[in-house]
Design a binder for this molecule. Structure first.
Ligand code: CP
Length: 305
């Protein structure tokens, strides 16, 4: 496989192989000398049509640590602003012979469409509400390092599941690795057809968090709710915001995750986000290692590798 478009279609051994490779990069990243030459002579372009802090910066660091020449395409200052289409933009960049293209786009399916048009490896850095595969991989690595094997763990994914590519990729990955996955949300924030996903559906935090090993909170994506129901922040936090009282429903050694960016006081209380059970900072660290693993694995499939 030349691209990473989603977790869908990846087997358990493929996922585990990427996580094992990422473990090597966790060790490397904690050393003073962090450079490898795997991608020396290769060109990586990061093409982000949507805002990003964690994903874009970690892909840039990951590419540079592996020796690639990394270019961050500034979409805000590009000819996209003059009306150039996604495909024309991609074909223009393709003509410069990049080896790796990391793409984030606001539309589900846009990255897969682009991947069919270009010659290089394409990595999905998040497309609409569809998938965010490297986020799910870094979440799995973080869970595995803290809880051991993922098989049998109870993972509660809570909040705005409807708009979340993180939820979708995590459901697919965690189910593939044998976790018992729950989603916890009001009916208005659950996708149609949720009953066809391999998850238990809960509409209250009280039942959804009962006995959970991992509580994964999602950002309330108000920017994707234009024209639809937008809950009041106060009411949302009351029923679905994770605070210390609600967390007590989970196992005593339960751990808390959030992909970021966080809305403190909306989906998560600061006392929990910054508390002893939080893995949120470790998730960011694992992001660099996982992206190095994905770049490394795809680089082996490049011509003349
Ligand atoms: N989790 C995540 O994708 O964060 P960014 O939007 O900052 O990249």
């Amino acid at each position: 496989r030349r691209d990473l478009i989603g977790i869908e279609g990846l087997s358990a051994p493929e996922i585990t192989g990427l996580l094992d490779l990422a473990e090597e990069f966790v060790v490397l990243n904690r050393q003073i000398e962090k450079k490898r030459t795997t991608l020396r002579g290769r060109t990586q372009i990061n093409l982000f049509f949507e805002a990003s802090t964690r994903t874009q910066s970690s892909f840039e660091i990951a590419g540079k640590r592996l020796g690639a020449d990394v270019m961050n395409m500034s979409v805000g200052n590009s000819s996209v602003k003059k009306g150039e289409t996604l495909i024309d933009t991609a074909m223009t960049l393709n003509a410069m012979h990049p080896d790796l293209l990391v793409v984030r786009h606001q539309s589900s399916g846009a990255v897969a469409l682009l991947a069919r048009k270009v010659d290089c490896c394409v990595i999905n850095a998040g497309d609409g509400a569809h998938e965010h595969p490297t986020q799910a991989l870094l979440d799995a690595l973080t869970i595995r390092r803290n809880k051991g094997p993922i098989t049998g763990l109870v993972v509660a994914i809570c909040g705005d599941v409807l708009h979340s590519r993180v939820a979708r990729s995590n459901i697919l990955l965690l189910h593939t690795l044998g976790a018992q996955v729950r989603v916890v949300a009001p009916s208005t924030l659950l996708p149609a057809g949720i009953q066809h996903f391999p998850v238990e559906v809960h509409r209250s935090m009280e039942s959804g968090l009962e006995g959970a090993d991992i509580v994964m909170m999602l950002r309330l994506q108000r920017e994707r709710m234009a024209g639809s129901f937008i809950p009041s922040v106060k009411e949302y936090f009351h029923y679905y915001g994770l605070d210390e009282a609600k967390l007590k429903r989970a196992k005593p050694d339960a751990l808390v995750m959030h992909p970021g960016p966080m809305n403190r006081g909306v989906e998560i209380d600061s006392a929990v986000a910054d508390g002893a059970q939080s893995l949120i900072r470790e998730q960011v660290e694992m992001g660099v290692a996982v992206r190095m693993a994905v770049l490394d694995a795809l680089a082996r499939k490049l011509p003349n590798a």
